[in-house]
Design a protein around this ligand. Structure first.
Ligand code: TRP
Length: 347
């Protein structure tokens, strides 16, 4: 009993608890950009945090797929498989489905009043995505407001550490503005959140485009076969002026070297290869074969584990159901406090 009390005191005295929360829109399988941008951090943090949540953001997935809920439904299992295959562990991370937590929707409605339309339209991530999807002024209101619902995703769980890709930073900034405004209007209720971006915050697409994107057709997926990886790497953009083996080639902006810099652990050999490429005498096929080999070494164990897990979809749904039940308990507690803060705790 005494020990219990002692550790209890230590715990209250120690710094704020580290609660991690992250999520994926179930709109397609996940790729290497997700892996280096956020998944690796999720796996690491589930061992270093006090509590860890992983959310399937199906409601957010609908914000630009309202006419295709089947796509969102089908991809729920796909993104869970990707995360489990990479090492997310349901014993350590509470894995749940956004739409199964109605408190997230309730919180979203309350947060909607704390953000102006002008501010929503200024969010650079939302702006980019709107352009990419060709929405213009005809953007669905839910899509424009997704940073607000993402604030609810995070704050219902009182999470304070958010592993995300670099593209999500403006969204996290908006979440913190909502925290500030909420606390100012209704009293200290939420704490600010911190982001954590992976070592490679933004992975170039196989086409040399600035970002690997689910909807850009320039991704290498965590479930790709060796044949698919090979095909994608062989068609990678290198240096259009590097035609003959003996020609000198450019390393900057060369997709193959960009990937070798990220994924090849033998930095010394990569730097030697770069020198040789610049001088001339090194063909594209050699560096591409090297990259195929390296990517296959990363993806092979993920693909194998994924295929194993995919044999038992009921088991996957069970994991989500158990996680959702745990998340609901936290959601109810937070909502009670929020209603108290707003003085709408009537009965
Ligand atoms: N917007 C994120 C993405 O597109 C997914 C997401 C939804 C998320 N809710 C979240 C990420 C909460 C972190 C925390 O990748």
């Amino acid at each position: 009993m005494q020990n219990y009390l002692f550790f209890g005191i230590i715990r209250t005295m120690s710094k704020e608890l580290k609660t991690v929360l992250t999520g994926d829109r179930p709109t397609g399988r996940l790729h290497l950009g997700h892996f280096v941008g956020s998944i690796q951090n999720r796996i690491k943090l589930q061992n270093e945090s006090d509590k860890s949540f992983y959310m399937i953001a199906d409601i957010q997935g609908l914000t630009d797929n309202a006419n295709n809920p089947q796509k969102v439904r089908n991809n729920v299992i796909e993104v869970v498989l990707d995360n489990l295959a990479c090492g997310l562990d349901p014993e350590k991370t509470i894995m749940f489905i956004q739409s199964e937590i109605p408190e997230i929707a309730e919180l979203t409605v309350i947060f909607l009043n704390l953000v102006t339309l002008a501010r929503l339209k200024r969010n650079p991530t939302v702006k980019d995505e709107m352009k990419q999807k060709g929405f213009g002024e005809d953007v669905p209101a839910g899509f424009l407001c997704y940073p607000i619902s993402q604030a609810a995703d995070i704050l219902f769980a009182r999470a304070n550490l958010i592993p995300v890709g670099e593209d999500q930073l403006p969204v996290i900034e908006q979440v913190n503005e909502i925290v500030d405004t909420f606390n100012r209007y209704y009293g200290e209720t939420f704490t600010k959140v911190k982001h954590l971006v992976g070592d490679t915050p933004r992975l170039m697409g196989t086409d040399g485009g600035i970002k690997m994107g689910k909807s850009l057709g320039n991704g290498i997926y965590l479930s790709d076969s060796l044949e698919e990886i090979s095909k994608k790497v062989m068609s990678m953009y290198t240096d259009p002026k590097h035609i003959h083996v003996e020609d000198s080639g450019q390393v900057e902006g060369n997709v193959v070297f960009t990937y070798l810099d990220i994924f090849d652990s033998n930095k010394k050999e990569v730097s030697e290869l770069k020198e040789q490429y610049k001088k001339g005498g090194l063909g594209d096929v050699i560096i591409k074969k090297r990259l195929i080999n390296i990517l296959e070494n990363i993806i092979n164990p993920i693909r194998t584990k994924r295929a194993e897990l995919a044999k038992n979809p009921e088991q996957i749904m069970k994991i989500l159901e158990e996680g959702t039940n745990k998340a609901r308990i936290v959601a109810k507690e937070t909502m009670t406090e929020v209603k108290k803060a707003l003085k709408i705790n009537y009965f």
